[in-house]
Design a protein around this ligand. Structure first.
Ligand code: BG6
Length: 487
């Protein structure tokens, strides 16, 4: 059993209904994550009922889960643990209807015996969420349950408001867990630890010391089996209005009065309320060459596979500090960074040619990979005669510590939190609706998509967007122990 697993696990046994059980997310993340949580002892007593459109039976679902684990589990598969996990899996095709689902959940509860809790994970696209909610209501599975909703939560302000209203007809707000898996990443939580656990950084965390911020999440992957979903959604709805804005919330919020759901949501929502509406002039939408020729894509598709934008938080802490966000598919490198550029010194005593300032401003960089990495770059003296300055850096990598084996993958952490009823790392209806509200000028009048070559960093106009600053990625100098490079 993982260290302290039983201490942080849910109080009651859990029956989890996984709607969308044969989808991409389930295969890649949810089934491998649930396997780890169960086999490491975090959820000592659990039953999982897969639900989806596919006409499988329990054996078929077990075979599906095994294939998913073989392909995507991050840890080596132990056969005894697999046998134990396979034994807790069951399956109900949607075509079997609500009564069959109810029977399966009741059978699972009886096999556990004693008091247990229900948790429903809706891993379905936005247009299928409400019918899944109704299926659960018809199956009488609402009482004594919690529901995890996948993003994107709606596709614009009106649909998000309507979705929240219809959801509230069935589930009470405290039963709902709107997941944003970026908030479950250890490094995202580390932003809070770093900012509020130290006296050193918070005093400089404002417009007086910070010149601009970049939240940059380029991806090398294409769309694979997700084309049908992605074509209707695009990069802004898939990544920005969800993950990137939530990270921005953690980065920009005021200290909460406590590390609890309500105070944290209040502070994040204040940031979202202070955000200025997104101006389409501050947005670059891109599409990689060849996207339109892919199977299932409209040959005249206007869906963006890339987006870069500038946004502003108009409050006392951040007025005048631009936040640049970028993400896209089929880009040159896969990275997930928050990079904070500090203001340069007001005056330089170094002689011309000394190198001071030549490699951009000092940066604090958070790497949002599963295990935290943080670096602080600064100018220091190059050894030897005279005074030549060079960019140096202090670097921390969780990989260098003995804790690295304890890192929970984002979905694992969030599923566990939802089972424990802890809303701290989940988003709220109010916050999401506000983010759609600031997005509406862009969604109503999106600038045309510009083509970019696969394996590039996006359309050329991204440089104008950040001028006179520059994109931090690609890094220019080697990180310690890594091939990637950083300045
Ligand atoms: C998902 C998006 O929510 O996040 C994907 O739908 C994206 O398009 C993924 O690739 C990125 O997540 P991660 O954890 O791999 O950075």
């Amino acid at each position: 059993m993982a260290k302290n697993a039983a201490l942080v696990g849910p109080k009651f046994p859990q029956v989890l209904t996984l709607v969308g059980a044969t989808g991409d997310l389930s295969r890649r993340k949810l089934l491998p994550g649930l396997f780890h949580l169960c086999s490491a002892g975090f959820i000592p007593n659990c039953r999982i009922i897969g639900v989806s459109l596919d006409g499988l039976d329990a054996e078929g679902f077990r075979a599906f889960a095994r294939a998913a684990l073989d392909e995507f589990a991050s840890r080596k598969l132990d056969e005894t643990k697999w046998a134990n996990f396979a034994a807790i899996l069951d399956y109900v095709p949607i075509s079997a209807g609500a009564a069959a689902l109810k029977t399966a959940v009741q059978a699972a509860e009886q096999s556990i015996g004693g008091e247990c809790r229900r948790i429903h994970y809706l891993s379905v696209p936005p247009n299928a969420a409400i019918s899944a909610v109704h299926l659960l209501a018809e199956a009488d599975l609402v009482a004594n349950s919690r529901i995890i909703m996948e993003k994107p939560f709606g596709t614009d302000l009106a649909s998000a408001v309507a979705l929240n209203a219809r959801l509230h007809e069935v589930f009470a707000e405290e039963q709902i867990f709107r997941i944003d898996h970026f908030l479950g990443k250890e490094p995202a939580q580390n932003i809070l630890a770093f900012r509020f656990g130290n006296g050193l950084f918070e005093p400089i965390w404002n417009r007086n010391f910070i010149s601009h911020v970049q939240i940059d999440v380029p991806e090398t992957i294409g769309l694979g089996k997700r084309v049908a979903f992605y074509e209707t959604v695009g990069a802004y709805r898939d990544m920005v209005v969800t993950h990137l804005f939530q990270i921005l919330g953690f980065m920009a919020m005021e200290p909460p009065t406590a590390l609890e759901p309500k105070p944290i949501s209040e502070e994040k929502n204040k940031v979202f309320r202070s955000m200025l509406p997104i101006d389409p002039k501050d947005v670059v939408r891109g599409q990689y060459t060849g996207y339109r020729a892919e199977e299932g894509i409209d040959p005249e598709s206007d869906t963006e596979t890339f987006i870069a934008l500038k946004c502003a938080i108009d409050n006392w802490r951040w007025a005048g500090v631009p936040f640049f966000l970028r993400t896209g598919k089929r880009l040159a490198e896969g990275q997930r960074i928050i990079s904070i550029a500090f203001r340069e010194p007001p005056k330089s005593m170094f002689p011309a040619g000394s190198g001071v300032g030549a490699q951009g401003p000092d940066h604090l960089t958070f790497d949002l990979a599963d295990a935290t990495k943080i670096s602080l770059s600064f100018y220091g003296k190059r050894p030897g005669p005279g005074m030549r300055l060079d960019k140096l850096s202090l670097q921390f990598a969780m990989h260098d510590t003995s804790f690295v084996g304890d890192v929970l993958e984002a979905y694992e952490r969030l599923i566990l939190d939802a089972m424990r009823g802890d809303h701290t790392l989940f988003t709220t209806a109010e916050g999401i609706e506000r983010l759609w509200e600031v997005s509406m000028p862009l969604l109503d009048a999106p600038p045309p998509v510009r083509l970019y070559e696969p394996d590039s960093w996006g359309p050329k106009s991204i440089h104008q967007l950040v001028a006179p600053n520059a994109w931090r990625l690609p890094f220019e100098r080697a990180r310690r122990g890594q091939k990637t490079t950083e300045s």
